[in-house]
Design a protein around this ligand. Structure first.
Ligand SMILES: Cc1cc2nc3c(=O)[nH]c(=O)nc-3n(C[C@H](O)[C@H](O)[C@H](O)COP(=O)(O)OP(=O)(O)OC[C@H]3O[C@@H](n4cnc5c(N)ncnc54)[C@H](O)[C@@H]3O)c2cc1C
Length: 282
């Protein structure tokens, strides 16, 4: 039962509210509110609306990294000129994300905090090699995103920690990252499967390959077999076919109302080919 509503404007105030215990963080509320109303999410005694906390919006280059504030909205991923130019794969994901209203409210930190296996920014962030910055009243730590999720709706975040920023390495020359999702409807749908692929493309060959899949496991996952099938290879029809086969063989999806396990494996095969063709063309 909610007893208190707080809307801190500074990070210190927000962290103090979380340190007091039994608090639920609300950013855009697009997951928290519908899920709590449906009885799938138990709210704490204190609601901490972090929306007005200063300094957690937008992107910036900091040394060899790009920092993305946790309160960056999905709309900003599409519309912010710096993010769209530096990390266009996030704009690509945002372009296929829900409706304009949800994009305006929903945040990057909320998409990570919600930890859905189908979260649409998570697959691009995995192939961008993202690291999550967590802060609490006790201090700060960073966790690799590919080690952050522990199950559907579950992460290594402790209840007193706030996701404050996401860091990704600044893209090197030749770096390409692409994303595609497939839902049961052509628009406004949660992913039934999604695929992200990144690497450095030079003279038709791909290196430093990262592949990730959404909605085929309890968490978004890296595609190590597909990565091995691609590393150092020329992006020709044979390589695309080998990578797609490796991807199809390594995913272990479940059947649910969005798709059967068989269909998801078929779609992973096809989406890997499609995304690789996009990567090959830059
Ligand atoms: C109609 C509809 C369509 C949708 N379509 C899509 C879609 O296409 N793709 C997709 O990926 N998602 C979709 N979603 C889900 C949702 O919009 C996204 O997950 C969104 O990014 C959540 O952001 P938020 O700021 O609203 O999170 P909130 O609802 O505020 O929070 C989500 C979770 O994260 C926690 N949290 C939020 N911010 C932080 C933080 N900074 N630090 C730690 N924990 C935090 C909250 O406590 C909560 O557990 C949809 C939702 C709806 C209602």
């Amino acid at each position: 039962m909610v007893e208190r509503y707080l809307a801190p404007t500074t990070l210190d105030e927000a962290l103090k509210a979380l340190a007091a215990g039994d608090a639920t963080i609300v950013a855009g509320g697009t997951d928290v509110m519908p899920q709590s109303q449906a009885g799938r999410f138990k709210l704490g005694r204190t609601l901490v609306n972090i929306r007005r906390v200063a300094g957690l919006q937008g992107g910036a280059k900091e040394g060899d990294e790009i920092r993305l504030g946790a309160l960056t909205t999905i709309s900003q991923l599409r519309e912010d000129a710096f993010i769209a130019k530096t990390l266009p794969v996030l704009a690509e994901a945002a372009d296929h994300f829900a409706s304009v209203q949800i994009r305006n409210m929903g945040t990057l930190g909320g998409n990570i905090g919600n930890a859905s296996p189908a979260g649409d920014t998570l697959v691009p962030l995995l192939v961008l090699d993202a690291v999550v910055e967590l802060r609490s009243a006790k201090g700060m730590r960073r966790l690799r995103l590919d080690e952050f999720f522990t199950g559907p709706g579950k992460t290594k975040r402790t209840p007193d920690e706030l996701i404050t920023n996401i860091f990704v390495p600044a893209p090197k020359p030749g770096f390409v990252a692409r994303f595609a999702k497939f839902g049961t409807r052509p628009a406004l749908d949660i992913s039934a499967v999604s695929v992200g692929i990144a690497g450095i493309v030079k003279d038709g060959k791909i290196s430093n390959v990262r592949v990730a899949y959404g909605a085929v496991a309890p968490t978004p996952v890296r595609g190590r077999a597909a990565e091995a099938a691609l590393e150092g290879k020329t992006l020709d029809a044979a390589t695309l076919a080998a990578a797609a086969k490796a991807a199809q063989g390594e995913v272990k999806p479940i059947s649910d109302r969005r798709a059967t396990a068989w269909y998801r494996r078929e779609m992973i095969h096809n989406l890997v080919k499609k995304v690789l063709a996009d990567v090959a063309h830059g």
